[in-house]
Ligand binder design. Sequence first.
Ligand code: ATP
Length: 346
Amino acid sequence: MWLEVHNVARHFGARAAVLDLSFTLERGSIGCLLGPSGCGKTTALRCIAGFEPIDQGSIRAQGRVLSEPNSAMPPEKRQIGMVFQDYALFPHLTVEQNVAFGLHRLSFTDRRRRAMDLLSLVGLADRRSHFPYQLSGGEQQRVALARALAPEPDIVLLDEPFSSLDVELRERLGVEVRSVLKHLGATALLVTHDQQEAFAVADVIGVMRDGRLEQWDTAYELYHRPSTRFVADFIGQGVFLRGEVSEANTVQTEVGYVRMNGAHWRMGQEVDLLLRPDDVIHDDASELKAEICARAFRGAEFLYTLKLPSGATILSLVPSHHDHAVGERIGIRIEPDHVVAFESKK
Ligand code: ATP
């Protein structure tokens, strides 16, 4: 394994900012720590970078120990590149000098060549003589990425790299950053609270909560097979609908019977069934009706919030040529692709 984080903890006083954190990254893969503010993702990244000591566990890169309790390799020896939220470019150096900055071991000609290769890769070769203040935020962040990648680090760490940018640019830059990292075969770890960003950039994502990793998985698995209620709630949209297990692995809900696969449940057990907006299909022919209580136009689709007879609400994603008004009752059908349920909270 290229990066191994094993059972890491970091406390501030009595409070654990990171606890029992374990995951691995293969060479060339892009990981992401995702979670709400205060969940410990920045602390985890800082431990890997060597800016924070750890008080339990170990961090290794290619088998070399980077951190253990009471022993830490200094950040500059770790062969780690960093990209920060605020770009952190040197304001008095040109774009090219910024990218060449960490390449002091190379000859002058090789430094220039390497800097220009990286600048071409991020699409900014023609800006090489500009100063950072002459660039847009997105351009500055691409320079910061080129600078982090230029010395061929073992791992690149990206700390909320797009959060100062507007939403549209964020997604585009996310895709670009991924393609640059993949082109170079770089191993990278991103930290973000924004799941769209995580989905756009990463191969594998860890959802953190209160210092712990709840699930380390692909975006597809996190969305379709969340292993905890928190992950189910945090990733994507959806609601929990109460149901009762009526016979082996079949749940009776007010929207009908839903067959569960995999997990085994007791007869009569109360469960909360996860319904994603794409599990609830609009179907005029269906006898099951629900009242539209809110709608959001998304371009290709409407996201309808629907009220069931019991008062429970569910969400439904409907192609936008089905234009219904709030207050209308529409036919629906439930077609969960992957059935996810958790034991009901009493
Ligand atoms: P955000 O997205 O808001 O930066 P985060 O998920 O990155 O949040 P961390 O910054 O890692 O979370 O913080 C995790 C917890 O550790 C928080 O409760 C925070 O207050 C605490 N913490 C972080 N750094 C320190 C510090 N230097 N001293 C004391 N407590 C800290």
